[in-house]
Design a protein around this ligand. Structure first.
Ligand code: PMP
Length: 375
């Protein structure tokens, strides 16, 4: 039977307790949200939703074509200019998702004969970029600048290092300054995914590269998503104009994908302008994360010290993590739950996201529920 093997896989998944199901969220959820990536609380901000609605009215429900045909509106150009300016880069290019942006950056910047050095903790979209690229990938230990140095030193041709800036599961930050130094010693490019850093790290949320003094450097490229701090949808690549021009001409997920929807561009632009006006939102998201971590630790839970807005709490097992998250939900709290295949066996965990708009009382309630439901 066609696709007969699907049942075998499904059965194995059931036996391992790893079946995933979708749970549609109502518009007015009664749950306290520590699961979304809406770090700055902007997804439902009236200026952001108005930005989406106005853009849809002006430019239409969709962008109508690929970017090189009809899918580039003046709104896209405006967003790219402002995003680049805000983060301190020469140019930017927006994509229909952060996933597509990562595939674009890695594939277009790692030609045949090149070496891609990739951190073992990188996001799936960077890993898939490595798989699609013509260059050869070498995976190095997590946040290990010495291993990066060694890998780059052993290779003669063009090379690029790819890394998350803030790792999505544990919320720890990459040692960007050290990684950049290792790249410079060997003339390699640095591509960093700032999905969890933009809007949270750096002065007023200008991102991890800005915070590390790497913004605008000729050998640094940043990828980002518009779907987390900016409360919208879509992705971006920021870097030197010559790199961005190259992506326009060579990146397949740019060339063959329909342009970002105008509503998403309008929402992201409104969020960016709001963040410029209210830069304290970024620092507040970091403060909330630190407070969640401190209170969890005081309650005797094992949480990773957060470098941005993600707080990770160790669970005893994949089943334990699932049960823990379900019990939190039953008690009115939405938390993320990471287990294989999203994370390696033995490191299942709850993933909590800090939001700039969480009150002290809400943080207290969340930590109490997590403590009371621990497996
Ligand atoms: N990179 C990282 C580190 C992420 O966490 C995500 C989102 N899960 C992405 C890239 C993909 O971004 P998007 O959701 O916009 O496709």
């Amino acid at each position: 039977m066609a696709f007969g093997w699907i049942e075998e896989q499904a059965e194995a998944r059931r036996r391992a307790g790893l079946v995933r199901t979708l749970r549609p969220r109502p518009a007015e959820s009664p749950l306290l949200d520590l699961a979304s990536n809406d770090y700055l609380g902007l997804a439902r901000h009236p200026e952001v939703t108005a930005g989406a609605a106005d853009a849809a009215r002006t430019w239409g429900g969709g962008s109508t074509g690929s970017r090189l045909v009809t899918g580039t509106t003046e709104l896209h150009a405006e967003l790219e200019r402002e995003l680049a300016g805000f983060c301190g880069f020469e140019a930017a290019l927006v994509f229909s998702s952060g996933y597509a942006a990562n595939l674009a950056a890695v594939t277009a910047l790692a030609p045949h004969g090149s070496l891609i050095v990739s951190d073992a903790g990188n996001h799936a979209s960077l890993i898939d970029g490595c798989r699609l690229a013509r260059g050869t990938t070498q995976v190095v230990g997590h946040a290990d600048a010495e291993a990066v140095r060694k890998a780059l030193g052993a290779h003669g041709g063009p090379a690029v290092l790819v890394s998350d800036t803030v790792f999505s599961v544990d919320g720890d930050a990459a040692p960007l300054a050290e990684l950049a130094a290792a790249c410079r010693e060997h003339g390699a490019g640095l591509v960093v995914d700032d999905a969890h850093g933009l809007g949270v790290l750096g002065d007023g949320g200008r991102g991890a590269a800005y915070a590390a003094g790497l913004a605008g450097a000729g050998d640094v490229v940043v990828t980002a998503t518009l779907s987390k701090s900016l409360g919208s949808q879509g992705g971006a690549v920021l870097g030197p104009a010559r790199v961005i021009d190259h992506l326009v001409n060579a990146a397949r997920t740019f060339i063959f994908d329909t342009g970002l929807a105008p509503a998403a561009a309008g929402a992201a632009l409104a969020a960016l302008r709001l963040l410029r006006r209210e830069p304290e939102r970024a620092a507040r998201a970091r403060e909330v994360a630190d407070e969640i971590h401190a209170r969890l630790t005081a309650a005797g839970l094992r949480a990773v010290r957060p470098d941005a807005a993600v707080v990770s709490v160790r669970a005893p097992s994949p089943e334990g993590a699932v049960r823990w998250a379900a019990d939190c939900r039953a008690a009115g709290l939405a938390v993320g739950c990471f287990r294989p295949p999203s994370v390696p066996d033995g490191v299942s965990r709850l993933r909590l996201t800090a939001r700039a708009d969480l009150s002290g009382a809400e943080i207290g309630r969340a930590v109490r529920v997590i403590g009371e439901t621990r497996p």
